[in-house]
Ligand binder design. Structure first.
Ligand SMILES: [Zn+2]
Length: 389
C-alpha cells in the first residue's frame, strides 16, 4: 500500500469494519434503492506519517451514492457543538484582518458563514455547496452560495479572492488532493491568506479505539501530523491547531508562518481489544433491558451492525425522519420525544435503556434528563465509555 499523503509503503492494517452502512441517512419508507446497503471497509495506518486511509476506497460507488436521490448530507441543527468549537478557535486568528473575505468549501446551510459575518462586520462571505437542498437553504438565509463542486474552474468562475478559506469535514472525503489544493490556490488573496481545515482527529480517536471517524465516505482519517504533512506538500505551513472536546482537529495554515513541529500520533489502543471491551461494557450497561437506539444515522446503525445488537425502537430527534426507514434495518424511525413520552406514560422506563448512537451524546443525554427519563442511558460515543467501570 502506498500512503496517499507521504507515498511511504510501510503500513499496517488499522481496522476492518464488516457491514459498514453505505447510506448514512434514512430514506422514505416506500423508497426502492438497489442493494448493496453495506460494504466491508479496511483502513491502513501509515507508519511514516501517521495517516489512516481506506485501501479499497470505492470512489465510483461513492459518486453514485452522492448523486443518488436518496443521499442526503448531514442534517443541520445537530452540529451546534462542532460549530461553536470551530468559531471559538478561529476568531482570534481572524480578528487582525476582519475586513477580509471568507470562503467556505462545503458550506452546508451557511451556518458558519452567517455567524462569522455577524461577528466580523464588513466581512464578505461566499460558500461552495454542491448539495441542492442545503445550498438553497443557505441562499434563503441570505448567505451567498454557489451550488457547485469546489474546483479550480469553478473558483476561477467565481472571480473573488479570499483572505481566509475554511473547510470543515471535507478533506477526509477527498481522493484527488492536487485538484483540491489547486482550487485553494486560485482562491487565495495573497500570501497571508489563512487556510483553516477541520477534520476528525485520528490522534484522539485512535488513542481511545474510537470507530467514529471510520465510515464509507471517509477515504482518510488524518492525524495532526499527517494533515500538516499533506498541507506542507502544497506549501501550507501549520501555524496553529486545536483538538476539540468533540475530538476534531482544527488546523490553521499559512504560507508565511513558521511551521509547528508535530509528533507522530502515539500508537493507539488495539481495535480488536476495543470490540471485546465494547461487548462487555455494553452488556453491563444494558443489564438485560430492551434497547431504544437514539440516532437514525450512520453512528447508530454502525453500532447495530458492528456489534450485532438487537434493538426494540429506532428513534431520532429530527422529526423529519419520523416514519422513514434506514436501508437494511427493519424498524421504522420514530420521533424520539414521542417514543420516550409514550414509554414513560406506560410507566415502563425501567425496562429500557436508551443507546445514544450519535456524537451528540451530551445534547441527547441532557434532553433525556430534562424529560425525567428513569431508564438507562448508554453513550458509547462518549470518550470515557470504555474507560469508566
Ligand atoms: Zn504516510
Amino acid at each position: 500500500m502506498t500512503c496517499p499523503v507521504c507515498d511511504a509503503v510501510s503500513a499496517d492494517i488499522l481496522l476492518e469494519l464488516k457491514g459498514s452502512p453505505i447510506y448514512q441517512h434514512p430514506v422514505p419508507v416506500l423508497a426502492t434503492v438497489p442493494e448493496p446497503y453495506t460494504r466491508d471497509l479496511r483502513y491502513f495506518i501509515c507508519k511514516s506519517c501517521g495517516h489512516a486511509y481506506q485501501d479499497n476506497f470505492d470512489a465510483a460507488l461513492m459518486d453514485k451514492v452522492y448523486q443518488s436521490y436518496y443521499y442526503t448530507p448531514a442534517p443541520e441543527g445537530v452540529g451546534a457543538t462542532f460549530r461553536k468549537e470551530f468559531i471559538e478557535f478561529l476568531l482570534p486568528h481572524l480578528q487582525p484582518n476582519s475586513a477580509g473575505a471568507i470562503l467556505e468549501i462545503g458550506s452546508s446551510s451557511g451556518e458558519i458563514l452567517a455567524q462569522l459575518r455577524d461577528l466580523l462586520p464588513g466581512t464578505a462571505v461566499l460558500g461552495f455547496e454542491p448539495s441542492t437542498v442545503t445550498s438553497q437553504r443557505a441562499l434563503a438565509n441570505g448567505i451567498p452560495t454557489l451550488q457547485k463542486f469546489f474546483s479550480p474552474a469553478t473558483v476561477a468562475e467565481a472571480g473573488s479572492r479570499f483572505s481566509c478559506i475554511i473547510s470543515r469535514h471535507v478533506i477526509e472525503h477527498i481522493t484527488v488532493f492536487d485538484d483540491f489544493f489547486a482550487a485553494i490556490d486560485t482562491a487565495c488573496a495573497d500570501e497571508k491568506t489563512l487556510l483553516v481545515l477541520e477534520t476528525p482527529a485520528l490522534d484522539v480517536h485512535w488513542a481511545a479505539a474510537s470507530i467514529v471517524p471510520f465510515h464509507i465516505e471517509h477515504a482518510h482519517v488524518f492525524s495532526t501530523h499527517s494533515l500538516a504533512k499533506l498541507a506542507a506538500r502544497y506549501g501550507w505551513n501549520l501555524a496553529a491547531y486545536r483538538i476539540t472536546e468533540s475530538q476534531n482537529l482544527i488546523a490553521v495554515f499559512s504560507r508565511v508562518a513558521t511551521p509547528l513541529d508535530i509528533e507522530l500520533p502515539v500508537v493507539g489502543r488495539s481495535y480488536a481489544d476495543y470490540f471485546k471491551a465494547f461487548r462487555e461494557k455494553f452488556a453491563a450497561a444494558a443489564n438485560g433491558r430492551k434497547i431504544i437506539l437514539w440516532g437514525a444515522g450512520s453512528g447508530g446503525i454502525k453500532l447495530v451492525n458492528y456489534h450485532h445488537l438487537e434493538i426494540e425502537h429506532l428513534v431520532d430527534g429530527n422529526q423529519e425522519k419520523k416514519g422513514m426507514k434506514f436501508l437494511g434495518v427493519q424498524s421504522l424511525i420514530e420521533y424520539a420525544p414521542e417514543c420516550i413520552a409514550r414509554i414513560q406514560a406506560q410507566g415502563r422506563d425501567a425496562e429500557y435503556a436508551v443507546l445514544i448512537g450519535s456524537g451528540f451524546y451530551r445534547e441527547i443525554g441532557d434532553t433525556l434528563r430534562k424529560m425525567n427519563w428513569r431508564g438507562g442511558i448508554i453513550a458509547p460515543y462518549a470518550p470515557d465509555f470504555l474507560r469508566e467501570s
